[in-house]
Design a protein around this ligand. Sequence first.
Ligand SMILES: Cc1cc2nc3c(=O)[nH]c(=O)nc-3n(C[C@H](O)[C@H](O)[C@H](O)COP(=O)(O)O)c2cc1C
Ligand code: SF4
Length: 476
Amino acid sequence: MTTIRRVAALKSAQDFQEYIAALGITLPFDEKVEHGPASPLAQIHQSARYTLGNRFAVLPMEGWDGTTEGRPNELVERRWTRFGQSGAKLIWGGEAVAVRPDGRANPNQLMMLPETVGDLAALRQLLVQSHEARFDRSDDLLIGLQLTHSGRFARPHDKRLEPAIAYHHPLLDKKFGIASDGVVMSDDDIKRLIGDFIKAAKLAQQAGFTFVDVKHCHGYLGHEFLSAIDRPGPYGGSFANRTRFLREIVAGISCEAPGLDIGVRLSVFDYIPFQPGAEPERRGIPTSYGEERYPYAFGGDGSGVGIDLTEPLAFLDLLQALDINLVCITAGSPYYNPHIQRPAFFPPSDGYQLLEDPLVGVARQINVVAELKRLRPQLTYVGSGYSYLQDWLPNVAQAVVRGNHADFVGIGRMVLSYPDICADILEGTRLQRKRICRTFSDCTTAPRNGMISGCFPLDDFYKARPEYERLQEIKK
Ligand SMILES: Cc1cc2nc3c(=O)[nH]c(=O)nc-3n(C[C@H](O)[C@H](O)[C@H](O)COP(=O)(O)O)c2cc1C
Ligand code: SF4
């Protein structure tokens, strides 16, 4: 592997483009970033249902920091206030919100329950108010809520996994210590959970959210169904069975919460789980599987490290048939192949060292969305994985939207370190380099070690907290 250059060291547009070419990848890139109303990123997005004021979206990001009853507290409120001030006109999901207690990914995950609906309505309102205070209007702002059950990665009480799985996965069961058949959900368990998704969606509508995201990404339960090829019965095996979970939730929402829109955040491709390779480099390597074909990657080509869009395209066709237009594209899982999901220079503490330039991971996600947009142009696409572009995020974002390679540029980590970056780009304000996310991964390492998430290196608010010192110790 050739030496990986830090993006911060690529000082000019020419340096960046030459480096991209040397990596052998392609990325849309505009040398000049425009601002003001004529800028491609400032263009209104008009659909039959909505008018959105620009082409930025804030991606869902949880903080492991709500109350144990699933209510927001001041840390959650601070994050959502900043989402509102970001300048983005689409708030995709806010953060993962469990539809019931055993589906939480951590004991502090928000929940959408009859007891919490008022708190989540107030949280949404806080975001709207912060947006109006900064941008004078919110009639062109769209806010959805991400609904989830964490399935294999549920940790509702403490650091211990308390999984509920769709099927036994030969590698993930081993990696995460699953042996018992008791954790495989029965068809009746699944039916009850579908009912809980529908109830939560109805509550989300009451709370004022315009749409709910029926989460199908990152290895959580919705995503796991898509690769449940070995599961017998109505929720596994054929493509029609593996998407039954989604179809039944959608049918229930249409019945119980008419007028509520639905979106889907989808890991559109997946790879085999990765693990650290030999010391001292500990570079990520695919876990050995022992069969010629690795069949458990939805959107995979059977090699474990390649993409085949046949099933993802069928999934997008299904969304259209279900009258779902909003789709947010992401990839893989932060638990077993983080490099394809959130490209970073510094791995999280439970990760592995770089096996490819993170820009390759960025280009993979951007180019897949472009391909989907070309093949299924009727859908509205939000892309992910832009934060590693750092200083060059605006140039790529503008070129992507100008070339119609995605409808919205979704921003994740960068909004934690630099909450109003979208506003700065749209207004033509010179980017503040000290706030640019350098993908230190502390926002992932902290929760992996039982702490709240946040941008510890660049946000003074988190730097001043006691968790900062603990994090420094862990990183040693
Ligand atoms: C701290 C943290 C929390 C996240 N929480 C969620 C979540 O609740 N739901 C979700 O779909 N994705 C979640 N993600 C993934 C992001 O939405 C996004 O896909 C990822 O960070 C890549 O985008 P980026 O390069 O702009 O950061 C999270 C990411 C981070 C870093
Ligand atoms: S901790 Fe801050 S700088 Fe590091 S990856 Fe997260 S947002 Fe970026």
